[in-house]
Design a protein around this ligand. Structure first.
Ligand code: UTP
Ligand code: MN
Length: 498
């Protein structure tokens, strides 16, 4: 059937006829680009167009005679010519470049239209993609070794933003899903080149895969960029960055319109002592603690602990034990080889540190753990019940003037800086569990507990391991034994950066 009126302008998708060439400020006016929706889908096309425009490309939503470059994905040259023919565009007045998506992708990466090479022209037949070697990985993070930072930092950093944003929204399920994707990518032994290599991998949900695909192709994900620049994310990050402020409190403040520390200070809210200290030392506490500083704190803590209880052992836990070069705090586990001697130790250590003027803030919680003969309750709970002290140390350049092991801190020309320190006291009989629990990462621990429950019918905490089938506690004096009880291959601390 001959069309009544040969249309000059052809929409790529029926029903949507807007010719929104929003490229008034295009940096490359000579290339007028039209992205074919066929085999691509509307949302992906919209994303690509938005990305192009943000980089100053001239993208037309509808096909017209001014188009110079047609971009298509998974179509052959013949198919695109047929598509044009069906729309009455048999003989184009100017030669139009029929290009593969790869030309667009590379141009996005370069930030300008790249030269058209042979491989960019649409093939006459649809190309069969060469099969990339596919990755494989176990489903639980505790079955894998996950190094820091891994080979896919572009991808893992982006997924971490989405995980954090979900966390700040109080959406734990979503946050854990992104954390699992992030951990899986960090565990891969080489850089991912294309989304096809991720086929069949566990832990990667549809949403994560979409984000990964955008990152692999364009080096950027609109969703991640939008999240990072959203006022809610920025405010929630800032407010929860105050020591003592959790998501719930930050949310309440944000809904009242508080978005900055200055607004909080003038809001008239009464802050608890932790929050007051958090606000007072905000800048210090939001500046990563370096390995040097962690070593300096270690020496200070060891010194204080030994002076009040000779024979007591101090172990650096948390991210630093996993080999991280920086962290948000420094975590220590304290124990004594004679069970019972550690009781009440924290008060003495704190008194010692205070007398030396090394504490800016501290809050002690008592040990409330009791083994129940009926087995461990609430196994999935992350809260443990050790005697513990949340504190803020005053780390000076010469915290240990007499100590020959003195470590240079990184506070530069400042005489001191504030550092968050967690001190946890464990009876020796629970020490292996405490060490495993406090070494982290949070996701690794979570995955171990999930493995214990679902695969072994056991319940793991930072205090104990309970076998529900045998109805008894399984003792362990090393982390290796705990892995063995759980039927897992041992993963060293540096491999627990899930
Ligand atoms: P952190 O929050 O200090 O994390 O908890 P991290 O891995 O050291 O990271 P940065 O570098 O400080 O940011 C350390 C470990 O202690 C456990 C966590 O689960 C994590 O594995 N932990 C923390 C508990 O078991 N209970 C708590 O109340 C807090
Ligand atoms: Mn830590």
């Amino acid at each position: 059937m001959v069309p009544l009126k040969r249309r000059k302008v052809v929409s790529s998708n029926s029903g949507q006829n807007s010719d929104t060439d929003t490229s008034k400020e295009s940096r490359f006016p000579q290339a007028v680009i039209f992205i074919l929706e066929r085999r691509m889908g509307a949302s992906r096309r919209a994303f690509l167009a938005q990305l192009g425009r943000s980089k100053g490309f001239r993208i037309q939503d509808t096909y017209s005679e001014s188009v110079t470059h047609i971009i298509s994905e998974n179509n052959s040259g013949d198919e695109v010519r047929t598509w044009l023919g069906e729309r009455g565009q048999h003989r184009s007045r100017t030669p139009v470049h029929l290009l593969d998506i790869s030309w667009y992708t590379e141009s996005m990466r370069e930030g300008q239209p790249v030269a058209i090479l042979d491989r960019h022209w649409l093939q006459e037949q649809q190309r069969h993609h060469v099969k990339a070697p596919v990755f494989s990985a176990a489903s639980y993070a505790c079955q894998r070794s996950t190094p820091q930072p891994g080979h896919n930092t572009l991808l893992t950093a982006a997924l971490a933003v989405l995980a954090e944003s979900a966390e700040l929204n109080g959406d734990e399920g979503r946050s854990v899903a992104f954390r699992r994707s992030e951990a899986l990518l960090r565990s891969l032994d080489r850089q991912v080149q294309g989304a096809a290599e991720l086929r069949g991998l566990p832990c990667l949900g549809e949403h994560s895969r979409r984000v990964i695909q955008d990152l692999l192709e364009y080096g950027v994900s609109c969703e991640v960029e939008e999240t990072k620049s959203s006022s809610r994310y920025k405010a929630m990050k800032l407010l929860t960055g105050i020591f003592g402020v959790g998501v719930k409190t930050a949310k309440r403040w944000f809904t009242e319109g508080i978005c900055s520390l200055a607004q909080l200070e003038t809001s008239g809210h009464t802050l608890n002592p932790a929050q007051q200290a958090g606000l007072k030392y905000y800048t210090y506490l939001n500046q990563p603690v370096t390995r040097h500083e962690a070593d300096a704190v270690s020496i200070t803590v060891e010194d204080a602990v030994r002076s009040v209880l000779p024979g007591a052992q101090v172990t650096l836990a948390g991210g630093f034990r996993r080999g991280k070069m920086s962290g948000h705090d420094v975590d220590f586990l304290i124990t004594h080889p004679d069970e019972g001697k550690e009781e009440g130790l924290i008060h003495k250590v704190i008194a010692c540190l205070e007398s030396r003027g090394l504490l800016l803030y501290h809050q002690i919680t008592r040990n409330t753990y009791q083994e129940s003969p009926k087995g461990a309750g609430r196994p999935s709970s992350n809260m443990d019940r050790f005697e513990r002290c949340f504190s803020i140390f005053k780390l000076t350049n010469d915290s240990n003037p007499e100590d020959t092991r003195r470590v240079q801190t990184d506070s530069g020309c400042r005489p001191w800086r504030a550092v968050r320190v967690d001190l946890v006291v464990s009876p020796i009989s629970q020490f292996a569990f405490a060490l495993l629990g406090w070494t982290g990462s949070k996701l690794f621990e979570r995955e171990m507990r999930r493995w214990a429950v679902h695969e072994k019918s056991m319940s793991l905490s930072s205090h104990a391991l309970y076998d529900k089938n045998q109805k008894r506690y399984l003792r362990a004096s090393s982390e290796e034994e705990i892995f063995a009880h759980l039927g897992l291959e041992y993963v060293s601390p540096s491999g627990r950066n899930a």
